[in-house]
Design a protein. Structure first.
Length: 471
């Protein structure tokens, strides 16, 4: 990304804007509001096509700028910027920060030079058209991409981040496609501002090959007398979004954690009220919903709505220690698969996986749950597992050795899980979270035992912190 060479206010004249482009030797100007949001873009092509011999030099730049503007976020992957530009025939792409404010511009030539020819084939497979068939091909390309990155020894948390980003980009594209279709059919524009959130592993940026849907809507507040009108629009959008996601390869959630369910489709105020109610009731359902919800991330729309709700959630939960203890009690039995004398605890009930270890339920899950509880108690807003680890180290809860052991444990277990899923895919089997101890090398086994021990020590600390029990 380069810093934007020229940003102008909406009221700036064409004469001033073109003069600024000439002086800066720039090919693009961003039209930016007083709040820092990008309202439009003016390129050399716009000047040739819309300005020359047509527009008055004293007309405001808003008369000829291109809008709406396609953007990428500063924390997006480079492949996403390249794929977006190649898919839509763009040479420059504005970059925004997490609040949607202008942060810079990425140029296609710069991006291609960094990516190199070796990556272009992968990028083009992820740049398919916005049709459902095209997005289905993008989803299918994920497995090959994960296999290639794994073979290149990229750390699995980084591969998970890429896979999550691809899924979240599919969310964005499907929502845009649904909104365009609804407007064409007479539904009009969204009646209020909103954002789409994903929860669980997708919210943490830790997806594997085939995650299902865990999604919801946060709507801007609106008067009660508009509920029928507003909710009807978002019910229709939710039904289209979830249906199309399922069609391209992100299956429907069996537990109905989707925006089609009114539990997961609320205004910002209703969300805050519901979270406060969960904290008060502490029922089984409230605890399970909380486990799913707290790892949420915005994937489309007004990110400020998600950021505001994140701040509210952090404050509400941190002020309710009894609720955090209830959450711990609900998760208490989720221990690691390590028994007496360092022996693995393996599956004995599921006939399809006898003797194997469920590395998700008895490996990463105990770690993720423990760190979520601690982060909520300490007021840490980070949601990714490794980011929570780093934040808890920074606030002094974990020391350097604990952090290193737990970071290593997470890297090792996720590597074993992804390796198994890729092997299952190549063998034509359904992917699962089970790894058989006989398939592990001596080194993998030793590191897995140490990883389980580190997570078990953390679980002991959490038990002590939330219950006062020391045995």
């Amino acid at each position: 990304m380069r810093m934007a060479p020229l940003s102008v206010a909406p009221q700036t004249t064409l004469r001033e804007t073109v003069g600024g482009l000439t002086e800066a030797k720039a090919a693009v100007a961003l039209i930016v509001s007083d709040a820092g949001r990008i309202e439009g873009i003016l390129t050399e092509q716009d000047i040739v096509r819309r300005v020359a011999f047509r527009a008055s030099p004293d007309a405001p730049v808003t008369d000829v700028m291109t809008r709406p503007v396609r953007t990428v976020r500063g924390d997006d992957f480079l492949y996403h910027a390249i794929a977006t530009m190649r898919r839509h025939g763009l040479r420059q792409l504005p970059v925004v920060d997490e609040r949607g404010q202008a942060a810079g511009v990425v140029h296609l030539d710069d991006a291609l030079a960094v990516a190199g020819h070796a990556r272009l084939d992968q990028i083009d497979r992820l740049a398919q058209a916005d049709s459902l068939d095209g997005m289905r091909e993008v989803k299918a390309a994920q497995v090959d991409l994960a296999d290639e990155l794994f073979a290149e020894s990229l750390p699995v948390p980084e591969i998970q981040s890429v896979l999550t980003h691809i899924n979240n980009d599919l969310y964005r594209r499907i929502v845009e496609r649904s909104l365009a279709a609804m407007e064409a059919e007479g539904w009009g524009a969204p009646p209020v501002a909103f954002c789409v959130i994903v929860m669980g592993s997708g919210g943490r940026g830790e997806s594997y090959l085939y995650p299902d849907q865990d999604n919801g809507f946060i709507l801007d507040d609106y008067p009660d007398d508009r509920h029928t009108e507003v909710d009807a629009f978002f019910i229709e959008l939710a039904e289209r979004m979830t249906r199309d996601l399922d069609m391209v390869g992100i299956p429907l959630c069996k537990g109905n954690v989707m925006a089609t369910n009114p539990v997961w489709r609320k205004s910002a105020t209703q969300w805050r009220d519901q979270i406060a109610q969960w904290c008060r009731r502490q029922s089984f359902v409230a605890l399970r919903f909380s486990d799913i919800f707290y790892d949420f991330r915005a994937v489309y729309g007004e990110a400020d709505l998600a950021a505001g709700l994140r701040d509210a959630v952090t404050g509400i939960v941190a002020a309710n220690p009894s609720f955090l203890r209830a959450m711990y009690e609900d998760d208490r039995e989720h221990g690691v698969a390590l028994g007496w004398f360092g022996r693995f605890v393996t599956e004995s009930d599921d006939p399809d996986h006898l003797g194997a270890i469920n590395l998700k339920h008895t490996g990463t899950l105990p770690l993720v749950e423990s760190l979520r509880l601690l982060a909520l108690r300490e007021g840490v807003s980070a949601i990714a597992t490794l980011e929570r680890l780093a934040a808890l180290r920074q606030c002094g809860f974990l020391d350097a050795d604990e952090t290193d052991y737990l970071t290593g444990a997470y890297h090792h277990i996720t590597r074993l899980l992804l390796r198994q899923q890729l092997a299952d895919f190549r063998a034509g089997k359904a992917d699962s979270n089970y790894v058989h101890p006989d398939a592990l090398s001596r080194r993998d086994t030793d590191i897995l035992v140490d990883s389980f021990k580190a997570i078990s020590r953390l679980r002991d600390r959490v038990r002590s912190e939330f219950t006062g029990d020391i045995f």
